[in-house]
Design a protein around this ligand. Structure first.
Ligand SMILES: Nc1ncnc2c1ncn2[C@@H]1O[C@H](COP(=O)(O)OP(=O)(O)OP(=O)(O)O)[C@@H](O)[C@H]1O
Ligand SMILES: [Mg+2]
Length: 456
């Protein structure tokens, strides 16, 4: 310890003590007393010095500790006095501003703020002085070259021992990285959405390809009876024309009656109505199928509409089954009418996928059966599609709805049917479940809200 006071001036035994100073009787005691006092004073001085040095060392430790904490802070710290003059900053602020502590201390904190936010920042001191609190806000800190560095700022008052406003402490969390991360996340989400959209389209096209045979068959039926009716009408037209020209030629009544019988004019006339009705019905069916097809293949975002889910179940099943070489038996159970509000084309696509999967698993089997059970309860409509196929093994049960998961041979299945169906059901506020039937085979249940308000 370098106190500079480590040696007393002299002591009782000190031979260097001045001998000449009066050693008269009684005088010696006085000297000894003085020397003792001086020793005490000296000892006190040494103690104080030691304490002072210990305090100093503690202070230095505290200072180092605070500096290390401030230096380690990833947030910006600005401490000001009541006039807004900067008293203390941390390393993060120095990094952002590119200025040293010496350059920053003493300036007004508003000079650190970018021009756009300066007026807002200038009000902080007066807000705190009026006893109110400064709302957390985003402000930009001026950066020498480049755009401001934005921080999410909290501003708290600093008070002296008597509780008066002594200044303020501002802590700002840099948000540029966060903002960038958000932007990147949004861009990634958008890309994902686009990729999903593309998947949706490719799944739809693949499904459409598989359905072509079934749809063609569906169209063939009404078209063939429209043709049949039109040929009959043409024949009837000829008969009527012949009869009318005989009438114009004023043929005798008897001859006319015979001709009327021969040309079956009465039957022709009574048949015309049903023939026209049948033809119209056929044309309407063709129009509906084309409409369904158009909706199915459309890439447009659908607007929710009210439709009869039962009709969709029938069309989807017909389309799939008509295209099967060996047709499974279909048992549809449900009311005639089940109104649902949702995206019709998407629901159609889900149903096609479920029935197609059931048909695939039964492919080539003579005893294949598909049960479709439609029910409605608690604001939800349910369609359960079950089959007497192989069922689903436990190891693939939780993979079914993953994109590209398929157990079908390469080139047969894309593995997108259930993934796309699941997402479409969810987006309509519904759900899609897979299970095994207790008696064997799989069961997929689609649940859809009946109410339009649950459609997102
Ligand atoms: N009814 C079912 N019975 C048994 N397994 C099924 C049934 N439905 C689906 N699966 C299983 O789920 C897998 C995924 O079905 P998903 O519909 O997603 O794709 P995929 O039918 O293989 O191909 P695609 O994209 O052509 O529909 C199928 O490969 C099959 O293993
Ligand atoms: Mg499928």
């Amino acid at each position: 310890m370098a106190s500079g006071l480590d040696k007393p001036f002299f002591s009782e035994t000190d031979t260097t003590a001045p001998r000449s100073m009066g050693l008269q009787a009684g005088g010696e005691d006085v000297w000894i007393d003085v020397i003792r006092k001086m020793d005490d004073v000296y000892a006190d001085l040494v103690r104080s010095q030691t304490e002072l040095e210990e305090k100093n060392s503690e202070l230095q430790d505290a200072d180092t500790f605070i500096s290390s904490v401030l230096g380690a802070m990833t947030d910006v710290l600005i401490v000001c006095d009541a006039k807004g003059r900067v008293q203390k900053v941390n390393r993060k602020l120095m990094e952002i501003t590119g200025k040293s502590e010496r350059e920053l201390v003493g300036i007004n904190y508003c000079d650190l703020v970018c021009p756009k936010n300066r007026a807002q920042a200038a009000g902080f001191v007066s807000v705190l002085a009026s006893g109110k609190s400064v709302e957390p806000c985003e402000i930009g800190i001026s950066v020498p070259k480049g755009p401001p560095a934005y921080v999410s700022l909290n501003c708290a008052p600093r008070r002296d021992q008597r509780g008066r406003l002594a200044g303020m402490v501002m802590v700002g969390r840099p948000i540029d990285d966060l903002k960038r991360a958000y932007r990147e996340r949004d861009a990634a989400r958008e890309k994902l959405d686009q990729a999903q959209e593309r998947l949706l389209v490719s799944e739809k096209m693949a499904a459409l390809g598989r359905l072509v045979a079934g749809v063609a068959h569906e169209l063939n039926n009404p078209i063939s009876f429209v043709f049949g009716n039109m040929y009959a009408l043409k024949r009837y037209g000829n008969a009527i024309r012949k009869y009318l020209s005989a009438l114009d030629g004023a043929a005798p009544e008897k001859e006319m009656a015979e001709l009327r019988q021969e040309l079956k004019i009465d039957k022709v006339i009574s048949d015309i109505g049903p023939l026209v009705d049948g033809t119209l019905e056929g044309a309407e069916r063709v129009r509906d199928i084309v409409e369904d097809l158009r909706r199915f293949s459309s890439n447009q975002q659908e607007i929710p509409e009210t439709f009869n889910l039962m009709r969709l179940v029938h069309t989807a099943t017909d389309w799939v089954i008509k295209a099967q070489r060996v047709k499974p038996e279909i048992l549809i159970d449900g009311p005639e009418m089940m109104e649902v509000c949702g995206r019709k084309g998407q629901v159609h696509q889900i149903l096609v996928n479920l029935v197609q999967n059931a048909a695939d698993v039964l492919s080539g089997r003579e005893d294949g059966r598909i049960w479709i059970t439609c029910t409605q309860a608690d604001g939800f409509a349910s369609v359960a599609v079950s089959d007497n196929g192989t069922g689903i093994t436990a190891d693939i049960m939780d993979k079914l709805f993953e994109p590209f998961f398929t157990t079908k041979p390469i080139g047969t299945g894309t593995g997108l049917g259930l993934y796309v169906s699941y997402n479409m059901a969810m987006k309509q506020g519904g759900e899609l479940h897979a299970a095994n039937r207790p008696t064997g085979g799989a069961e997929f249940t689609l649940r859809l809200p009946v109410n339009v308000e649950t459609v997102s």
